[in-house]
Design a protein around this ligand. Structure first.
Ligand SMILES: Nc1nc2c(c(=O)[nH]1)N[C@H]1C(S)=C(S)[C@@H](COP(=O)(O)OP(=O)(O)OC[C@H]3O[C@@H](n4cnc5c(=O)[nH]c(N)nc54)[C@H](O)[C@@H]3O)O[C@H]1N2
Ligand SMILES: Nc1nc2c(c(=O)[nH]1)N[C@H]1C(S)=C(S)[C@@H](COP(=O)(O)OP(=O)(O)OC[C@H]3O[C@@H](n4cnc5c(=O)[nH]c(N)nc54)[C@H](O)[C@@H]3O)O[C@H]1N2
Ligand SMILES: [Mo]
Length: 635
């Protein structure tokens, strides 16, 4: 039976065994140590996604107004021919850098993620400087450790305590959460919201948004003042510890408590328990998607080092080098990189005239949708989208190309959580073409002869494995291989764990993590975290199990005369949406919650009509979705 990999943008990257007998069947590979023979509720429904009736079957060319949904079905030759012609035209008229390829992790296969980039590198087109997801935290961890690659989660078997800090692991990293339980770890959660993860934890520390930096510094202060840290380890391996000690000495725990909403006693208990059990921290992506996110991660990252861990955090694994598949070597000019979160701005300025989108649905997932949609309607720009479905982005495109799914082709994938690379074999073919097939067709239609654009999927995979010292034969036999961890040191300027971060100082930041109170223009903070049954915008159309309600604390609801089940309008300077209010103490006063990025086509709106397109500037222009303020009224 063929091996598959769930290629979703998700920590777990599950290995599956698939079979088709009229209908597709999938199950988690039992031998895979992370997948451990079970799938999450989304993964279990993959056959529904694969067989979905609304999968795109034929290419489309726009006939009506952009966004109107008026298209005509055309053959592949016409669609590819038109795309190739337009590409050439735009390059001639405006230069190659006015072409932008916009892609993300809709499919995480090495080939189907990276291969299309070869064409755009060959053309010297503009590419993205990624910032939508976990960038601020990456920069912060680089400041402290020189890398965002933390510990192998299988090492949890030797640990006693894991803190889920700003991550709803029970929904977003179910196999990780299960692993922690299997190894009997004590589980703590630090979150603004009482999430499903918080409910299943031994301890829940409820924190006010944006104040994590203070909480972490407060914990560090207690650990240092009570002598609860690993002196020898710190003396040998930490840069700037004495200055840091003097820095946190001045911090008042009363003040930390007032700002964070966490009692002084709880801060002390955290410090003592964390030190005693030598805790490790899974630092969440959700935590860092705010203007305070970079500083928060920088502060949190210090705690595992205080108890003597070399890399005692989990954040972003990177086990193989995929640059061969991407083919940056095909460029003859350095790349123009467009900050992902500033796409709208670049379109407004006329710097993007041709947009090629694959593996992503920016018209659902990017913030400040009204502004993005306006720019697309008003500016001269040609948009091509390659997707499995007629997404919101496809709807706004000039040409739509049907994609197939990972069940229909060969690929391999690594994970951003664990250290396994897994094999994905084709099971059946239904509709559409893969990302690499389309790339080859486009290259041919443009008359390009470079052989790298015509390498087969298998050739690319074999070469990538070889370059990474991995065995194709072993992969084919077992379906997955583990990439062993090599001994490593910290890649910081001092070669140590930098409590005093020289890299941060170079970017104009303070040497130690800094707390700044952020004031919003509206009374309520809008959080838009992940939903259980979707992956960002995916599965809304196929599983249908979304929750569009606004969650609000009874205190805030009471002040506004809102009762459970009332229709409400949520609004700010960027937009307004209508939905139903649900009263709950799971969100604290001052905070409201909508789940992130559903299909606008199906719902009529999504949370991103309200979210801010500001970025965490000094941390790589990471996204700041959670730094959104709104008000709510009954309608
Ligand atoms: N089911 C499901 N799984 C997914 C996804 C999905 O959409 N659905 N998306 C995938 C993707 S793309 C990603 S990036 C990951 C994201 O995985 P997570 O990081 O788990 O995702 P979020 O739900 O965005 O954020 C986690 C938590 O951060 C909290 N938070 C927000 N602001 C703060 C703060 O200031 N302090 C603290 N301490 N907490 C805060 C939120 O309340 C939320 O509970 O999940 C992946 N897996
Ligand atoms: N409000 C709010 N918005 C958010 C977030 C938030 O926390 N709050 N989180 C942000 C985060 S963390 C992320 S990572 C982004 C993700 O945002 P996006 O990158 O837009 O991710 P998805 O919604 O998963 O869309 C992926 C698309 O790829 C398509 N696809 C899947 N497989 C293939 C394939 O093989 N080939 C092709 N061509 N297409 C394929 C899917 O059908 C889908 O339309 O969203 C961000 N948006
Ligand atoms: Mo993400």
């Amino acid at each position: 039976m063929p091996f598959s990999v769930c290629m979703r943008d998700c920590y777990d990257t599950c290995s599956m065994v698939s079979e088709i007998d009229g209908r597709l069947r999938v199950r988690g590979t039992p031998e895979h140590p992370i997948t451990a023979g079970f799938l999450c509720p989304k993964g279990a429904l993959l056959p529904k996604w694969f067989h979905a009736k609304d999968r795109l079957k034929n290419p489309l060319v726009r006939t009506g107004e952009r966004g109107s949904g008026e298209f005509r079905e055309v053959g592949w030759e016409e669609a590819i021919g038109l795309t190739a012609r337009k590409l050439k035209e735009v390059i001639e008229d405006y230069g190659s850098e006015s072409v932008l390829v916009y892609q993300y992790a809709g499919d995480r296969g090495v080939v189907n993620y990276a291969f299309p980039l070869r064409l755009f590198h060959y053309l010297n087109a503009a590419v993205l400087d990624y910032g939508i997801c976990d960038r601020a935290g990456q920069e912060a961890l680089r400041d402290v450790y020189g890398t965002a690659v933390g510990m192998d989660p299988e090492e949890l078997r030797n640990q006693r305590l894991i803190v889920y800090w700003g991550i709803n692991a029970f929904w977003t990293n179910l196999h990780g959460f299960t692993l922690a339980r299997r190894h009997n770890l004590e589980i703590w959660t630090v979150d603004v919201v009482r999430t499903e993860t918080a409910r299943r934890s031994h301890r829940f520390f409820r924190i006010r948004p944006d104040t994590d930096v203070l909480f972490a510094l407060g914990v560090a202060k207690v650990m240092i003042e009570e002598g609860l840290y690993e002196r020898d380890f710190v003396r040998e391996n930490v840069y700037g510890f004495e200055e840091f000690r003097r820095y946190v000495e001045k911090l008042q725990l009363d003040y930390v408590s007032r700002e964070t909403g966490i009692g002084v006693e709880e801060i002390e208990e955290f410090a003592r328990g964390f030190a005693e059990k030598r805790g490790v921290i899974h630092i969440g992506y959700g935590l860092q998607r705010s203007l305070a996110g970079g500083e928060a991660v920088r502060a949190i990252a210090l705690l595992p080092a205080l108890v003597g861990h070399r890399f005692g955090f989990i954040y972003d694994m990177k086990v193989i080098d995929k640059s061969y598949a991407e083919g940056t070597f095909l460029r003859t000019k350095p790349s123009k990189k467009i900050p992902q979160m500033k796409l709208t701005e670049y379109i407004e300025r006329g710097e993007v005239r041709f947009l090629y989108v694959y593996n992503s649905n920016p018209l659902a997932s990017l913030p400040n949708q009204n502004r993005l949609r306006r720019a697309l309607r008003e500016k001269e720009i040609f948009v091509v989208t390659h997707d499995i479905f007629l997404t919101d982005t496809a709807l706004y495109s000039d040409v739509v190309l049907p994609a197939n799914t990972f069940f229909e082709r060969l690929d391999v994938a690594d994970s951003y959580y664990h250290r396994y690379v897994a094999l994905n074999e084709p099971v059946a073919r239904l509709h559409g073409k893969s990302n690499s097939e389309v790339t080859r067709l486009l290259a041919r239609a443009m008359g390009i002869e470079n052989p790298y654009l015509y390498e087969s999927d298998e050739e690319v995979i074999r070469r990538v494995l070889e370059l990474n010292g991995l065995s194709w034969d072993e992969l084919r036999e077992r379906g997955f291989v583990k990439v062993p961890e090599k001994p490593r040191r910290w890649e910081t300027p001092s070669g140590k764990i930098e409590f005093f971060s020289q890299r941060a100082v170079e970017r104009g930041l303070r040497p130690f993590p800094w707390y700044r109170k952020v004031e919003g223009r509206h009374p309520l903070r809008l959080l838009t975290p992940t939903h259980r049954m979707t992956i960002t915008s995916q599965y809304h159309n196929t599983y249908g199990m979304i929750d569009p309600n606004l969650y609000i604390n009874p205190v805030d609801a009471g002040e506004r005369g809102i009762e459970d089940g009332d229709n409400v309008e949520v609004f700010n300077e960027r937009g307004r949406i209508r939905t139903v209010a649900r009263l709950t103490e799971d969100v604290p006063p001052g905070v409201v919650l909508l789940y992130k990025a559903f299909w606008v086509r199906l719902l009529g709106w999504n949370a991103n009509f309200l979210t801010t397109d500001e970025t965490v500037e000094k941390y790589g222009n990471g996204s700041a979705y959670h730094s959104t303020w709104v008000d709510v009224k009954r309608v």
